[in-house]
Design a protein around this ligand. Structure first.
Ligand SMILES: Nc1ncnc2c1ncn2[C@@H]1O[C@H](COP(=O)(O)OP(=O)(O)O)[C@@H](O)[C@H]1O
Ligand SMILES: [Mg+2]
Length: 271
């Protein structure tokens, strides 16, 4: 395992399983990881809109895009200059001119870091990308195939940690839901049995397509246009804020290296 020492004093990344960067938290930056092994479930849409919401609230969010498709980076490129700045890190790029640690380094003061992940992750990839996350969001579309894939994805994720604390940090988002969709029954029963919340339901809306094209978040659009979408965002942000920023809530699992609270990074032995 390669250690990626950062320039900033309090964070560092290590290159973990399947070469995904794993964050070792040494500063007070929260990390939200968005996963679903199924492509097209809304991961990048969620990453972009979350970042826009936190930017609007005056935080300093950054997006770490691990998907070679680069949808989050494209959204950032489309973003108008007069909107709050969101830093983007193209984690999928392998640059030879800078060290990997420098490339993955969020700017000092970043909070939260939002990690957009690629489709097709299996157990080791899920473990690597979600390790050390303060919250994990899984957007799921309402088709049988998508729900089946999500159930598998959640099961794999839980198998990698087997911890009750992990469950408390996972939130499911029903995405692209049309009125009267009933196919979520099976997913809801499954989630209930695991004590994992369905934290928000996003409707199927052209607003999200527009958001992607324009580089703006739903919450940055005129209220008359997005009024029907805002309730779901309020629910998601309320769950996320209490998961990330309420100190009474469970703390995330310590990283495998066990250096979470240690101010100086000690290089791990190569594995
Ligand atoms: N709630 C929604 N309503 C309408 N379109 C959506 C919604 N969520 C996502 N989309 C669209 O679905 C497509 C796939 O979403 P994307 O976020 O790229 O998925 P992923 O990153 O999981 O592959 C994109 O074209 C996006 O604009
Ligand atoms: Mg994507």
């Amino acid at each position: 395992m390669e250690l990626l020492q950062n320039a900033a004093p309090n964070t560092c990344f290590i290159l973990g399983l399947q070469n995904f960067p794993e964050r070792v938290e040494l500063q007070d930056m929260k990390t939200v990881v968005i996963i679903n092994s199924k492509g097209g479930s809304g991961k990048s849409t969620l990453a972009a809109n979350l970042a826009a919401n936190y930017a609007l609230k005056g935080r300093n969010p950054a997006i770490l895009d691990l998907d070679p498709q680069g949808s989050s980076m494209r959204w950032l490129q489309n973003r108008p200059d007069d909107l709050p700045v969101i830093h983007g890190i193209a984690g999928y790029e392998k640059k030879s001119t800078v060290t990997r640690s420098w490339q993955l380094q969020p700017p000092e003061g970043t909070d939260p870091l939002i990690v957009d992940t690629p489709a097709g992750l299996e157990r080791t990839g899920l473990a690597a990308t979600s390790r050390g996350a303060d919250a994990i969001l899984i957007p799921v579309m309402p088709s049988d195939i998508d729900i089946h894939a999500a159930v598998n994805c959640i099961s794999e994720l839980l198998l990698t940690t087997k911890s009750d604390m992990t469950q408390k940090r996972i939130g499911i988002i029903a995405n692209r839901v049309r009125a009267n969709t009933r196919v979520y029954g099976r997913l809801e029963r499954f989630l209930r049995s695991l004590d994992i919340p369905l934290v928000a339901t996003f409707r199927d809306s052209q607003n999200y397509t527009r958001s992607a094209e324009l580089g703006i978040g739903i919450s940055e659009m005129p209220l008359w246009q997005v009024r029907k979408d805002m309730g779901a965002w309020k629910e998601l942000l309320s769950w996320l804020d209490s998961t990330l920023y309420d100190s009474r809530n469970v703390r995330p699992l310590p990283s495998r290296l066990g250096v979470r609270a240690v101010p100086q990074m000690v290089a791990p032995t190569a594995s």
